[in-house]
Ligand binder design. Structure first.
Ligand SMILES: NC(=O)c1ccc[n+]([C@@H]2O[C@H](COP(=O)([O-])OP(=O)(O)OC[C@H]3O[C@@H](n4cnc5c(N)ncnc54)[C@H](OP(=O)(O)O)[C@@H]3O)[C@@H](O)[C@H]2O)c1
Length: 335
């Protein structure tokens, strides 16, 4: 019997998939309401045929996606650059290769890949996903391609709201490289789905260790500059549901409801964990003093619309970092 891969969530099957239930990996799974009868299955839904997922650039987010897919019985392969990282992925039951050129991954992998998720950070506009066309040619069974990009591609909008239809106007080379990678993929595989990610955080990866060092600097903008984040758990849910309910050509912002400026965010984290407050540096000083790559991360003024994300996943488990604070602090204290 074939069934939706969301139904392979052991917690959902056990009837424990409420927002407050905890998975074995410490991840909270949302209630899964999709029943086989009620699910609008049609090819290329994951219900049909064998699913072989390949995750390129399988770092922090990729490993979380891989773990969630493995928990649902899906076969996952992944690429990273370092052998040490590949070893860690193998321990999760993922077939992993340390190979920086996706085209040189084992042909047998590429021949059978049905779902491909590209998380490789592009190094520049020139080399952004240059391999995308060759890769598509080597993967004859592809049914879904997703590429993770960044909300940075929108550029500066003077604090106005941006949604998925807003024309991107990147304001720095890193965002330009992202947009080039999105376009390269669209050229190679027109149905590609693009996920524009805000700042990722979770109990494993957040500012607390840096705040604990006592020298973390935050830029102060006047007026305050909105800043966006998304909990890794909600980002993973979105990627899985998108694979499950493909929509060719979709663009989706992965950001939560909270646009608290970075300065206040860092201060709230420090306060919750009893750590020293971050050092405030005026924005124009940060622009002068900081390495360009760090400054770029903060410079654009925009609010990110996430209504499409919420419609897709049926609401966020972590609409704001405040909902995650107790978990972040508990993990930090227990480390
Ligand atoms: N984290 C955020 O806040 C954020 C926000 C917006 C967008 N993004 C983007 O979202 C994606 C996922 O983020 P993340 O936080 O999971 O990133 P991450 O932890 O830094 O992981 C990136 C992974 O990509 C691998 N990699 C780099 N170049 C590669 C190549 N040519 N071939 C194969 N693997 C390669 C690295 O392998 P090694 O570990 O072996 O070096 C690393 O494991 C990235 O593209 C990131 O830039 C992240």
């Amino acid at each position: 019997m074939v069934s939706s891969f969301l139904e392979h969530d052991p917690h959902a099957r056990a009837g424990k998939g409420t927002p407050s239930a905890r998975g074995r990996e410490g991840i909270r799974f949302p209630r899964l309401t999709l029943s086989r009868a009620g699910f609008p299955c049609k090819p290329p839904c994951l219900c049909f045929g064998r699913v072989e997922v390949l995750i390129l650039g399988c770092g922090h987010l990729g490993a979380r996606v891989a773990r969630a897919l493995r928990a649902r019985g899906v076969h996952v392969r992944a690429s990273v650059r370092s052998e040490a990282h590949a070893l860690r992925l193998r321990a999760l039951g993922v077939e992993a290769a340390a190979e920086a050129d996706p085209v040189r991954l084992p042909r047998a992998w590429l021949r059978t890949t049905t779902h491909l998720l590209d998380l490789i950070p592009p190094r520049g506009t020139r080399d952004a996903a240059v391999w995308a066309d060759a890769l598509v040619a080597l993967c004859p069974r592809l049914r879904w391609v997703g590429v993770v990009s960044t909300t940075g591609v929108y550029g500066d909008h003077g604090g106005a709201r941006v949604n998925e239809t807003t024309q991107p106007r990147p304001s720095h080379p890193r965002a330009l490289a992202r947009l080039a990678a999105e376009r390269r993929w669209r050229w190679a595989y027109p149905a590609v789905e693009v996920f524009r990610l805000a700042g990722l955080y979770d109990e494993e990866r957040n500012l607390l260790p840096r705040l604990a060092r006592g020298d973390y600097e935050v830029p102060r903008f006047v007026p305050p500059n909105p800043s966006h984040r998304v909990h890794t758990h909600d980002a993973v849910r979105a990627l899985l549901v998108a694979m499950e309910k493909p929509q060719p050509g979709r663009v989706l912002n992965l950001a939560d409801d909270d646009s608290t400026p970075h300065e206040r965010y860092a201060r709230a984290l420090a306060q919750a964990a009893g750590l020293p407050a971050p050092r405030v540096i005026l924005a124009h000083e940060a622009a002068r003093k900081w390495p360009a790559r760090r400054w770029w991360f903060f410079q654009d003024r925009k609010r990110v619309d996430n209504r499409a994300l919420k419609a897709l996943v049926g609401g966020l488990v972590y609409p704001s970092f405040r909902a995650a604070l107790p978990e972040l602090v508990a993990r930090f204290r227990g480390r």
